[in-house]
Design a protein. Structure first.
Length: 247
């Protein structure tokens, strides 16, 4: 069985990394290129780059910035934001991404997931799901999608998604722990890996979610001190979490 993954997340707006609480009150926390390199050097298993303004502004992700980030990495890079077509996804892969994440556009037209999987391979296609109280939300958590989270996760898998990136809006940025209930429900419903997102505040929180998910997304817990990732790996090993040996 693959080892659990620790995946720092860069939410990017205006070319800078931002973070808020429950998708609101976004504050600037750093430069995406510098943070990406720091996390890669500190032993991250992958990196996620999400252009959180792309869909709301009706544009593609910032490919030039993605390329600059990818150039500093020795680990896989997932990029999301503004992916509406196979062409959008291919442009991100050409810029250095290894995987693409699709969210709102897939909710509007689930066939997009199948088209991406057919062209890129399921291993490069991640369906991101933002959820609160069991409901799915789209457009950066601003609109109800009219779907239930478990049924949408199942449909995404059937359409060809290789992974689910599951973000709890209720837990996002709180540092009070992941939403274990919704994460477990989704992980039990699908056979593809689930990346849990939202709420990490301690090594114990991460260890708990890795009992039910295959990977943990990390943001607020790291951004103020990227070197925290190295210490976090040691803390998780002490808690019995098996991790790959970082370079």
């Amino acid at each position: 069985m693959p080892l659990p993954r620790l995946i720092p997340c860069l939410d990017v707006a205006g070319g800078r990394v931002v973070k808020g609480v429950r998708f609101a009150g976004l504050a600037e926390v750093g430069d995406p290129v510098e943070l990406a390199e720091a996390y890669s050097d500190a032993g991250a298993d992958e990196l996620v780059f999400l252009d959180v303004e792309a869909t709301l502004e009706g544009r593609a992700a910032l490919k030039g910035l993605v390329a600059r980030v990818a150039d500093r990495l020795a680990i896989p890079l997932m990029v999301g934001g503004g992916v509406h077509t196979v062409g959008d996804a291919e442009a991100l892969l050409s810029s250095g991404a290894d995987k693409v994440s699709v969210n709102s556009a897939a909710l509007v037209r689930p066939a997009l997931v199948s088209e991406l999987a057919a062209r890129l391979g399921s291993q490069a296609v991640v369906v991101a799901i933002d959820t609160a109280a069991g409901e799915v939300w789209s457009r950066a958590g601003t609109e109800r999608a009219g779907r239930e989270v478990v049924s949408w996760a199942r449909e995404a898998e059937q359409c060809g998604a290789g992974e689910i990136l599951l973000t709890s809006i209720d837990a996002d940025g709180t540092r009070e722990g992941y939403d274990l209930e919704v994460t477990r429900a989704v992980a039990d419903a699908v056979s593809i890996p689930v990346i849990a997102s939202g709420g990490a505040g301690s090594a114990r929180h991460v260890a708990d979610v890795l009992q039910v998910a295959q990977a943990a997304l990390l943001a607020s817990i790291l951004h103020e001190n990227p070197a925290r990732l190295t210490a976090l790996r040691h803390e998780l090993r002490k808690l019995g979490v098996p991790l790959r040996d970082a370079a």
